[in-house]
Design a protein around this ligand. Structure first.
Ligand code: DMJ
Length: 534
């Protein structure tokens, strides 16, 4: 070891170096000038000409360089950093209410500072796990993880809805396992997956809507033996992934069988499906009503997403999806009279009803995802038009928030495009529009989609935020003075809405890349399967 250099020695050395380099510089300048003078006139003109040429090229290319510069992700402390922080703040505020008044329960009732129970399985907490991870909320995540490990038990005499518990709980546990690599989440996922399996023991193999996860007994709702079409066809991404992870084919087999049955079932109209299916006969019921909204929506979404999840190797899924999009165009697509907005209505025994659920606003995102995966360009055109319409469902309301159901005006008058029936003016903090904004931003990079999402977040903060913690559903999006708080924060506000807003504002396009992950219908990212070796 050498002794450390003395300080005065260092100072001396530095000033010495400085005067030496100054003298060197002077000397170098003088000798350059001498050399320049030694050159012939022709040589000097040639050098000057080359320098001038370089200057002109620089000036010519400057605009495109500066364009590129402008197109680059903004420097830290930009707009998007502020927006991301605002989403984190919203999450923390929601979490504060949940932690204080509803910890370990299904849903927060923020106004009455209490909670509501649906399955008694900490639904909000489990649904929000991967959102916390993605938003980098480490402390909150740690606490929630501990609750899952020590308190979450599925050995409970309780009836759960197959679809809801699959997309929120099984989906949430699987995605959190993938993001963290923490085996505890996979163990919990296996436990709930196995307990949901009795739902598939029916005469037709079309699952019952409800299962008692403690007793292992499944049953349909008390008033019917029908199941909802969207429900039985939107558990596939999760069960298929569970089979892949556990190497136990049973999960995948039961859900693939449902898709096989529905694929060959008569009663569709150009790929559009009725809203119910009977668990005894396996046939569609209540035929003649076709919608992309409640009870049918995620059937279409999961056709495309299963095809993507499986590495595009299942042609029946793709075929059903493509035919259905054509069916939508043929039967459900219209434009409004006043502003020519494109919307999706419903068909009720051959009568067109210009009514669109907010739920349908998943469709622009799904269509765009399909186009990104090589499906026809006109799917993207339709996605862009529908995105505009979903945006209008927000901006045409006094609170800047969409109603649950919009009625579109077909008359070529100069009135409003969107009407709202008194019973339909509620807003449940739903995610579909911000979900689609996220997809459209990722695929087009058009900043307007971020601005639209930002406006929605501002409106949530203005009209649904409860000061003591949490956000609430409201009853009337047309009344900014009294929007009518409903005292309920749905678990999907944390599981989906805030997650999609965060991803929309993030400049990191590799954060849950859409070429590596497919989001389940509750916004839980699951990996796209690696292709098998050829
Ligand atoms: C969520 O549970 C899911 O997105 C489902 O597909 C539809 N309903 C809610 C959100 O609106």
């Amino acid at each position: 070891m050498y002794p450390p250099p003395r300080k005065d020695f260092i100072a001396l050395t530095l000033s010495d170096q400085h005067s030496r380099s100054y003298n060197n510089g002077k000397h170098r300048r003088q000798s350059c000038w001498r050399k320049w003078k030694q050159l012939s006139r022709l040589q000097r003109s040639l050098i000057l000409f080359l320098l001038a040429l370089l200057l002109i090229c620089g000036l010519l290319f400057y605009p495109s360089f500066s364009e590129q510069w402008r197109g680059r992700p903004p420097a830290p402390h930009s707009l998007s950093v502020d927006r991301l922080e605002t989403v984190r703040e919203a999450f923390r505020h929601a979490w504060k209410g949940y932690k204080e008044f509803a910890w370990g329960h299904d849903e927060l009732k923020p106004v009455s500072k209490s909670y509501g129970e649906w399955f008694g399985l900490g639904l909000t907490l489990v649904d929000a796990l991967d959102t916390m991870w993605i938003l980098g909320l480490t402390e909150e995540f740690k606490e929630a993880r501990k609750w899952v490990e020590t308190e979450l038990s599925f050995s409970k005499n309780v009836d759960v809805n197959l679809f809801e518990s699959t997309i929120r709980i099984l989906g949430g546990l699987l995605s959190t396992y993938h993001l963290t690599g923490d085996e505890m989440f996979l163990e919990k996922a296996k436990d709930i997956g196995l307990r949901l399996m009795p739902a598939f023991k029916t005469p037709s193999k079309i699952p019952f809507s409800d299962v008692n996860i403690g007793k292992g007994i499944a049953h349909p709702p008390r008033w019917t033996s029908d199941s909802t079409l969207a429900e039985v066809t939107s558990v596939q991404l999760e069960f298929r992934e569970l089979s892949r992870l556990t190497q136990d084919p049973r999960y995948q087999e039961v859900v693939n069988e449902v898709m096989r049955l529905v694929h060959k079932l008569p009663g569709k109209r150009d790929g559009l499906v009725p809203m119910f299916i009977n668990t005894n006969s396996g046939q569609f019921t209540h035929k003649g009503v076709f919608t992309l909204g409640a009870r049918a929506d995620s059937y279409y979404e999961y056709l495309l997403k299963q095809w993507i999840q499986g590495g595009k190797t299942e042609p029946d899924l793709l075929e059903d999806y493509l035919v259905a999009v054509e069916g939508v165009k043929k039967h459900l697509l219209r434009t409004t009279g006043p502003s020519k907005l494109t919307f999706i209505g419903e068909l009720n025994h051959n009568r067109f009803n210009p009514k669109m659920d907010h739920l349908v606003c998943f469709l622009p995102g799904t269509l765009a995802l399909g186009a990104h995966n090589g499906l026809p360009d006109d799917h993207m055109d339709l996605a862009l038009q529908l995105m505009e319409t979903c945006h209008q469902m927000y901006v045409q309301m006094e609170t800047g928030l969409s109603p649950e159901i919009a009625q579109f005006n077909l008359q070529p008058s100069d009135g409003r495009d969107v009407h709202v029936k008194p019973a339909d003016g509620h807003n449940l903090l739903r995610p579909e529009t911000v979900e689609s904004l996220f997809y459209l931003y990722r695929f087009t990079k058009d900043a307007k989609y971020r601005d639209w999402g930002w406006d929605i977040l501002q409106s949530f903060n203005k009209y649904t935020r409860v000061p003591s913690g949490g956000y609430t559903s409201i009853s009337n999006v047309r009344d900014p003075v009294n929007p009518g708080p409903r005292d309920k924060m749905e678990s999907f506000f944390l599981g989906e809405t805030l997650k999609y807003l965060y991803l929309l504002f993030s400049d990191d396009m590799e954060l849950l890349s859409l070429d590596q992950y497919v989001f389940n219908t509750e916004a839980h990212p699951l990996p796209i399967w690696p292709s098998p070796p050829i």
